[in-house]
Design a protein around this ligand. Structure first.
Ligand SMILES: [Zn+2]
Length: 123
C-alpha cells in the first residue's frame, strides 16, 4: 500500500463523508450531544387525514434511510481515523495487510477477505 493510494482513498472518503452529511441534513437534525448522531425530522404536509398518513409513511422511510446513511458515515469516519493513526489497510482481526484491490473497491474495509469469509461462515 503506497502513500499515493492512501492519499487517493482519503480524498474519496472525505468526499463521501460530505455527500453523506449533505444527504442527512436534508431530512434530519444533528444531535448536538452525540457525535455523528442524527434524528429524522417529522415531516409536515398538512392536517388532513391523508396528509397525516403520508407524514407517517415518509417519516418511517426516513428513519430507515437515516440509519443506513448514519452507518455509512460511521464506517467512513472510522476509516479516516485509521488513516490518521497510520493503521489503515490492516485487518482488525488478524493484523495482516488488507489486499489493495479490496481497499480500492471498498475503502471502508477493516478486515481482509480471509477473515471476512471466516466471519460470514460463522453466522
Ligand atoms: Zn484478516
Amino acid at each position: 500500500m503506497t502513500e499515493k493510494i492512501i492519499k487517493t482513498i482519503k480524498t474519496q472518503l472525505i468526499e463521501r463523508k460530505k455527500d453523506l452529511e449533505k444527504e442527512l441534513a436534508q431530512f434530519t437534525s444533528k444531535n448536538v450531544h452525540i457525535k455523528d448522531d442524527f434524528s429524522a425530522d417529522f415531516p409536515e404536509f398538512g392536517d388532513k387525514e391523508d396528509e397525516n398518513a403520508a407524514e407517517v409513511a415518509t417519516f418511517s422511510d426516513n428513519l430507515s434511510l437515516e440509519q443506513t446513511l448514519e452507518k455509512s458515515l460511521r464506517d467512513v469516519n472510522a476509516a479516516l481515523t485509521r488513516i490518521e493513526k497510520g493503521a489503515y489497510g490492516t485487518c482488525k482481526y488478524c493484523g495482516e495487510e488488507i489486499e489493495e484491490k479490496r481497499l480500492v473497491a471498498r475503502p471502508v474495509s477493516s478486515a481482509c477477505v480471509k477473515c471476512k469469509e471466516k466471519k460470514l461462515s460463522q453466522i
